[in-house]
Design a protein around this ligand. Structure first.
Ligand code: GLA
Length: 334
């Protein structure tokens, strides 16, 4: 009898508002999107062997694995990181990966690969535990000190809803997206978090917290104690962004898309001026989108330094880019 074919699929994500807040336990408002990484194959006794349609080289290693950061080709480090974090719970798997999430675009192709891998290797934990496992896998496998937003979003997505996530409490409140609203993603430029200023931003937020305590519970006036101008601006972004996420969720719930759009523009400006994660091309794309009829708001989304912008628009808007829909979490498929 031939082995049963197993398939696991994880969505990507786009963040509507709340960037560079997750790693200080702040608030984010992303949604899982209808772009996917799918892993299909069969169980093996104790070996991982995966071919990706996007990559020339196969990833192959035996379980258990203890040094995922040394696996080659390098895309296999995401897979190996997950296997290492699952320890002796990881089951062998042999198969094929296909992906409709553009890679390096800031739409969480990495988190999707990690979460789909965890499922393929037999993870049966809760979405929050799975997200934590995959976050640790990314830190261990590829050395990016990422927050929890991406993994938690793809592990917990809810159709037609954005997710208001408190990254300290690890609580998720679904926020229904109005039917007549369009979420459009425009790709600007490829980027890698491993070689961007991401880790430096994380360190700067840590430096701010040493002076004023946790940014998630700090108010703007307390930031006056930070004398270093760069650290002050980084902290001001985080504190103001957490408030914008709260306000945006309330506006979305009230159907006030005009005010929600204004908050997206403020968020973009804060990421550009205070956090310095935008780029001239992203700024130009945001300005161009805002000049179009039917657009409520636009901003850079995700880690920045390239990647994508996200646009909130009404049903009449006619814009370049991909219209994305909010979809359910990663799961096994038939
Ligand atoms: C990347 C990280 C996330 C988050 C965003 C910025 O996507 O993986 O954890 O920090 O950048 O909001």
């Amino acid at each position: 009898m031939s082995e049963a074919l197993l398939s696991y699929r994880s969505p990507g994500r786009v963040n509507l508002i709340g960037d560079h807040t997750d790693y200080t336990g702040g608030l984010v408002l992303p949604m899982a999107i209808d772009r996917y990484t799918t892993i299909s194959g069969t169980r093996t006794p104790s070996k991982i062997r995966l071919h990706s349609q996007n990559e020339p080289e196969i990833v192959e290693f035996n379980l258990p694995i203890s040094a995922p950061e040394k696996v080659t080709p390098s895309w296999g480090r995401y897979v190996a990181g997950v296997a290492a974090e699952m320890q002796n719970r990881a089951q062998g798997f042999e198969g094929e990966i296909s992906c409709t999430i553009p890679i390096g675009a800031g739409l969480s192709s990495s988190a999707a690969l990690e979460v789909a891998t965890a499922l393929a290797l037999g993870d049966t934990s809760t979405p929050v535990e799975r997200a934590r496992l995959c976050q640790r896998a990314e830190v261990r496998g590829v050395g990016v000190p990422c927050g929890i937003m991406d993994q938690l979003t793809v592990a917990s997505g809810i159709r037609d809803h954005a997710l208001l996530i408190d990254c300290h409490e690890m609580t998720i409140s679904p926020v229904q997206l109005p039917n007549d609203v369009k979420v459009i993603v425009q790709f600007i430029a490829e980027r890698k978090l491993t070689s961007s200023g991401y880790a430096e931003r994380v360190a700067q937020c840590n430096a701010a917290e040493e002076i004023v305590g946790p940014l998630r519970v700090t108010n703007l006036s307390s930031l006056a104690n930070i004398t270093d101008k760069t650290i002050f601006r980084r902290a001001r972004h985080v504190v103001s962004e957490n408030q914008r996420v709260r306000d945006f969720a309330a506006m979305l719930r009230a159907g006030d898309l005009k005010s929600a759009g204004k908050l997206m523009i403020e968020s973009h400006n804060s990421l550009d001026h205070d956090f310095e994660t935008s780029t001239p091309q992203m700024n130009a794309a945001v300005a161009a989108a805002l000049s179009q009829p039917g657009v409520f708001g636009a901003r850079m989304t995700g880690g920045g330094f390239g990647g994508c912008i996200v646009i909130l628009a009404d049903a009449t808007a006619n814009l370049d880019g991909w219209q994305v829909r909010a979809v359910n979490a990663a799961s096994q498929i038939d």
